[in-house]
Design a protein around this ligand. Sequence first.
Ligand SMILES: CC(C)(COP(=O)(O)OP(=O)(O)OC[C@H]1O[C@@H](n2cnc3c(N)ncnc32)[C@H](O)[C@@H]1OP(=O)(O)O)[C@@H](O)C(=O)NCCC(=O)NCCS
Length: 153
Amino acid sequence: MQIREPISEDDFVKYYALRYKMLRQPWNQPLGSEKADDDHECFHAMICNDEQDVLAVCRLQMNSPTEAQIRFMAVDSAHQKKGLGRGIIDYVENVAISKGADKLVLDARDYALPFYEKTGYRVVGESYLLFGVIKHFRMEKLLRDMDAQNQVL
Ligand SMILES: CC(C)(COP(=O)(O)OP(=O)(O)OC[C@H]1O[C@@H](n2cnc3c(N)ncnc32)[C@H](O)[C@@H]1OP(=O)(O)O)[C@@H](O)C(=O)NCCC(=O)NCCS
């Protein structure tokens, strides 16, 4: 198992395929809807197995010099509840710290709230409705304390 950035064209094909499968296809969204116009400005992470199958994906963007945002987070349904979500979140949080962020924000789908609460995020308000049915909540996590912990370790 390996956590890394997608690099090759093949990496990105598999990266987007998992985004589509987990975040768009179940709501009958068209192929291509898994891509965002600003993807090229963002940091991308994925977890692969030894066969280079992509099992988890996540995108990190900087909203300002000190605020980062997680989007397009997904773990393949066959590999959920094995710690991959926590692993990829830890990884991008450390990338966010290295880029100068002291706060991470995200818009969580209602059914993913328990996962984000377990990984240290708290709800700060309601957010948008996706595809007319998926309610989102704005969540955040302060990274300053985490950075201090990393320096102690
Ligand atoms: C939400 C998601 C990313 C979680 O990934 P995961 O790999 O299953 O999560 P982990 O195994 O790392 O779980 C970390 C902790 O959260 C808990 N958890 C994960 N999903 C949970 C759920 N649906 N309900 C309650 N707890 C949950 C785990 O039990 C674990 O708790 P523990 O540390 O006490 O053992 C994954 O279920 C997913 O991709 N879902 C579909 C796409 C999606 O909703 N993406 C988020 C969009 S905002």
